[in-house]
Design a protein around this ligand. Structure first.
Ligand code: SAH
Length: 395
């Protein structure tokens, strides 16, 4: 293999990497002409200021997260076998945790493949390369996926806004085989439909799998409102679990069409209604009916995408909690989630509490959770645990 370029840390900046952190920020690197000349996404040997080799990184001189550690072994060769071993390890864990081949296969750093997301839909794989390093390694990854899983199709869903931070173009393309527009998946014993190229993110939010199961366990005979329902992961499962009626609300007609298909596949179409609306407008309309629903589910998109949105976004969660609480019957349940990684759990819980105060509702937190287990967290990157979910009972 050709000799790799070196990325040299400033004096003293090797401490965090030695303590296990897999990221190197650009201000920790000796950003001289040589470092700046490394092509974005290239593999490089990471060195302490002394010259000692610390490992292998993918490097992007234009990104804030300049170095992403891919191996502690500076001599590792990142070939299809190397990536294949990480894919196999990740698949073995998911097969044990989830049991059906519908899951997040690779959750970036926690699975040893920094910047990479792979969601699995049976024999179809949806890939998001969110760093220049993973972009450069995509051909190697595709070869490894082919060798490991013999997929029917692989979709590169490279439309995430984070790619812009890495200087990457955004686009969607079929990288191998055949990728259907829509695919059926199984989750919590139910049948669902994901729109792949046309859907949100990878097409399905596996991160809510366990939260959906928990909420479904509360829904027998309940009237349920599922706000920001997307493809019906919460609402359709609730109907299957015995809810007497479910209203799924989303602004996207494509999403609601998929909800209808999923409801039919599970023989609950007679109990699942859809409404195309802006969530806050739907909440205002539903308020006229009073505290009429035993279960209200709110799983919005990230209200805080960057620091500048923090204040307004945080107010959004408070308002959502207030309006949603107003629909909950006494003794009923409210589910509130936030996937904004900048809103930390205590801040989120505070907004939910304030919303309840505004709505003059008391109650208790029953459950506080995060993403499902196929979204593991790198132990040195606790801040990447983005999903927060609270379940409350209201009086
Ligand atoms: N709860 C879903 C995931 C929600 S993703 C699940 O379990 O899979 C967020 C959804 O909110 C998307 O489907 C998007 O179309 C919808 N959305 C975003 N902003 C909205 C708004 N202001 N009003 C209604 N729906 C909205």
């Amino acid at each position: 293999m050709a000799k790799l370029p070196s990325v040299i840390l400033r004096a003293g900046e090797d401490r965090r990497v030695r303590a296990g952190r897999p990221w190197v920020f650009s201000n920790e690197v000796l950003m001289d002409g040589d470092a700046k000349a490394i092509p974005p996404g290239a593999l490089a040997t990471l060195r302490a200021a002394s010259g000692e080799k610390l490992g292998l990184v993918t490097f992007n001189p234009h990104s804030l997260i300049a170095g992403r550690l891919i191996s502690h072994n500076p001599e590792a060769s990142v070939d299809p076998l190397f990536i294949g071993r990480r894919l196999a390890r990740a698949a073995a864990l998911r097969d044990r945790l989830v049991g059906v081949p519908f899951y997040r296969l690779i959750h970036a750093e926690a699975d040893g493949l920094p910047g990479l997301i792979v969601d699995r839909f049976g024999d179809v794989f949806v890939v998001q390369a969110n760093s220049a390093g993973m972009e450069a390694l995509t051909p190697v990854l595709l070869e490894a996926l082919r060798a490991e899983f013999q997929p029917r199709g692989i979709l590169l869903k490279n439309d995430s806004p984070v790619r812009t931070l890495e200087g990457l173009e955004r686009g969607i393309s079929v990288a191998a085989g055949e990728v259907p527009d829509r695919i059926e998946l199984r989750e919590n014993g139910a049948r669902f439909v994901a729109e792949l190229a046309g859907g949100q993110k990878t097409g399905w939010f596996y991160d809510q799998r366990d939260n959906r199961a928990f909420m479904a366990s509360l829904t027998r005979d309940a009237s349920v409102v599922d706000l920001f329902c997307y493809a019906g992961g919460f609402g359709v499962l609730a109907a299957r679990a015995g809810a007497r009626q479910v209203l799924c609300v989303d602004r996207s007609q494509d999403a609601l069409d998929v909800v209808g298909d999923a409801a039919a596949l599970n023989d609950v179409a007679d109990r699942v209604a859809t409404r195309r609306a802006e969530a806050f407008e739907a909440l205002e309309e539903l308020a006229a009916g009073g505290r009429a629903h035993e279960v209200v589910i709110c799983d919005p998109p990230a209200f805080v995408k960057s620091r500048k949105d923090l204040k307004a976004g945080v107010r959004g969660y408070r308002k959502l909690a207030r309006m949603a609480a107003g629909l909950v019957a006494p003794g009923g349940f409210l589910f509130m989630a936030s996937c904004s990684h900048l809103v930390e759990p205590p801040l989120f819980a505070e907004q939910v509490q304030r919303g309840l105060q505004d709505a003059e509702r008391g109650g208790r937190i029953l459950r506080s959770s995060g993403a499902a287990l196929d979204h593991p967290v790198h132990p040195a990157l606790p801040e990447t645990a983005y999903l927060k979910a609270l379940v409350l009972q209201l009086d």
